[in-house]
Design a protein around this ligand. Structure first.
Ligand code: ZN
Ligand code: ZN
Length: 266
């Protein structure tokens, strides 16, 4: 188990399933990299919440898709687990804080900056831009395993209605491993296919406001907040709409001073 997985699945208080048995983690020792568990028959499960921070280290490639600026490059990701929810079925029966050091790693990502026109149409339709970007991010992550050999747990995402110095809307999708494992790179090459599958996934889903089959993610560190299904359909629809001519305006790289990364400890 690497450190990310350990923090996610084996933090103190976590419920772990192993070969059909249920265990409660009674202690996680960061110095000796050990986890102590107690077998127990509980009827609840735990779900960790985290805050993700990301900075662009270097933009390696850019392209424009339906007017939206897309890029691929090196990023630095910091994931900080903050608390975990205790749930029975879908009901939250408790929230406990987590005190864990942040995990920082450099990896590869692709990112998409929807056009200002998309933003205006979201505002004009009284849809939630943050919920639309977040829903689109989840849908892209959900369909990526169909296009790129991977599991959704191998990929991470971050979306924001106002990222960086220019405060632009953005969706990031990154490899969840130090150095990257080629997933974001492969997806970047076939982005139009990724966007249209993600759009189809949400549009064809029979739910009203989003569900686990479309925009709800089992691994969302933000507890699936905020999400706006109609806004996500609009965001992805604009990335698949009939082509329009546009010049690549380029995406500026933001570099940051970064400390060396953490690697695998568990
Ligand atoms: Zn749905
Ligand atoms: Zn999320």
């Amino acid at each position: 188990m690497d450190r990310g997985q350990a923090f996610r699945e084996a933090h103190k208080g976590a419920i772990m399933l192993h070969q059909g048995e249920t265990y409660v983690v009674s202690e996680m020792d960061l110095e000796t990299h050990t986890v102590r568990v107690t077998e127990s028959d509980v009827d609840y499960y735990t779900q960790p919440l985290k805050v993700v921070d990301l900075s662009i280290i270097q933009t390696l490639e850019t392209r424009v898709i339906k007017g939206a600026r897309c890029a691929y490059g090196d990023v630095e990701v910091t994931e900080q687990y903050t608390s975990y929810k205790i749930k029975r079925k879908d009901t939250i029966i408790g929230v406990e804080p987590l005190v864990l050091p942040p995990i920082t790693f450099r990896t590869k990502a692709f990112w998409v900056i929807p056009t200002p026109d998309t933003g205006q149409r979201l505002a004009g339709s009284k849809l939630d831009p943050a919920g639309g970007l977040h829903g689109a991010e989840h849908a892209v992550i959900a369909i990526m395993p169909l296009h790129v050999m991977c599991d959704r747990w191998d990929i991470g995402g971050l979306s924001s209605p106002g990222f960086g110095e220019n405060c632009e809307p953005v969706i990031f999708v990154y490899d969840g491993y130090e150095g990257g494992i080629g997933l974001a790179e492969k997806a970047y090459e076939i982005l139009p296919d990724i966007f249209s599958s993600a759009h189809e996934l949400i549009q064809d889903c029979g739910c009203d406001e989003g569900c686990p089959s479309c925009i709800y993610s089992p691994k969302c560190g933000n507890d699936n907040q905020p999400l706006d299904k109609q806004a996500a359909i609009l965001v992805l629809g604009d990335l698949c709409s009939p082509p329009e001519k546009s010049e690549c305006p380029g995406i500026s790289a933001e570099s940051v001073q970064a400390s060396s990364s953490s690697g695998n400890f568990f």
